[in-house]
Design a protein around this ligand. Structure first.
Ligand SMILES: NC(=O)c1ccc[n+]([C@@H]2O[C@H](COP(=O)([O-])OP(=O)(O)OC[C@H]3O[C@@H](n4cnc5c(N)ncnc54)[C@H](OP(=O)(O)O)[C@@H]3O)[C@@H](O)[C@H]2O)c1
Length: 222
């Protein structure tokens, strides 16, 4: 998992502005993207940021191929005019939906070259554990970079689906009860139930940003 946060733990302002990182940090993330099979985000991030999720600010040494883009989107709300749909002819893209997703929208997405994973019952969220299994068995996607937002981050943490958490802390205070934090969702009830991390590395950048690498203390990282 990778995210850029403010000092007070927010990943966007209350109005949805999430341009927290410096150019140098964006470059670091794009280098990270070179080393994964897939980049995964939640549908609200696609709707609010309209990202491309490709590699632009660096050249990959080992491969020129863009990682597969994976959008978690129960009801297939992804806009047809979004950058992700518009570029799906050139960059492999998977939308993970539930049985609630309208069939005609799925057909429209398939026409635009998007692949569909159906996982999860009507009225429920996408079953991420099953999606991760399908990504590996059907698409050979083993190494995934989760790039938020807060709701997806919570589901990833709650289901213990992460190995490493990389956070850039920018020297900013965003504030606001309605500003989205690194981990949203319901949250754990008790401290003893919380996800346990081990500090791995800390880097300080010139402009005051701090990049922190944590390992998931309950998982063995290969
Ligand atoms: N600073 C950063 O590093 C960073 C990175 C990424 C995003 N952001 C910001 O984060 C904000 C969006 O975050 P967000 O928390 O509102 O939304 P999000 O995590 O991007 O997307 C959440 C949505 O995904 C869908 N979903 C389907 N299955 C799910 C599951 N199992 N678990 C969780 N979600 C599931 C749900 O919508 P449906 O029920 O409709 O499927 C849910 O509301 C944006 O403002 C963006 O700019 C910041």
């Amino acid at each position: 998992m990778n995210a850029a946060i403010s000092v007070d733990g927010k990943i966007s302002t209350r109005k949805g502005d999430s341009r927290i990182s410096s150019y140098l940090d964006i470059k670091r993330v794009h280098k990270l993207r070179c080393n994964v099979d897939g980049i995964l985000v939640g549908i609200s991030t696609v709707i609010k940021d309209d990202p491309l999720l490709n590699i632009r600010f660096t050249e990959c040494m080992s491969t020129n191929k863009n990682p597969v883009r994976i959008v978690i989107d129960s009801k297939a709300r992804i806009p047809m005019e979004s950058n992700i749909v518009k570029t799906a002819k050139d960059i492999e893209t998977i939308i993970a939906v539930t049985k609630s997703a309208p069939k005609n929208k799925l057909d429209e997405l398939r026409e635009k070259n998007l692949k569909i994973i159906i996982s999860g019952e009507h009225g429920k969220k996408v079953n991420l554990i099953d999606v991760f299994k399908q990504l590996e068995s059907k698409f050979e996607i083993k190494k995934i970079l989760v790039e938020g937002g807060g709701e997806i981050n919570w589901s990833i943490v709650k289901n213990n689906l992460f190995d490493e958490l990389i956070i850039t802390i920018s020297p900013l205070v965003i504030g606001g009860r309605k500003s989205i934090t690194l981990i949203e969702g319901k949250g754990f009830d008790k401290i003893k139930e919380c996800a346990k991390l081990e500090l791995s590395k800390i880097f300080k950048k010139n402009n005051g940003e701090i990049v922190i690498y944590y390992k998931n203390a309950t998982k063995t990282i290969l």
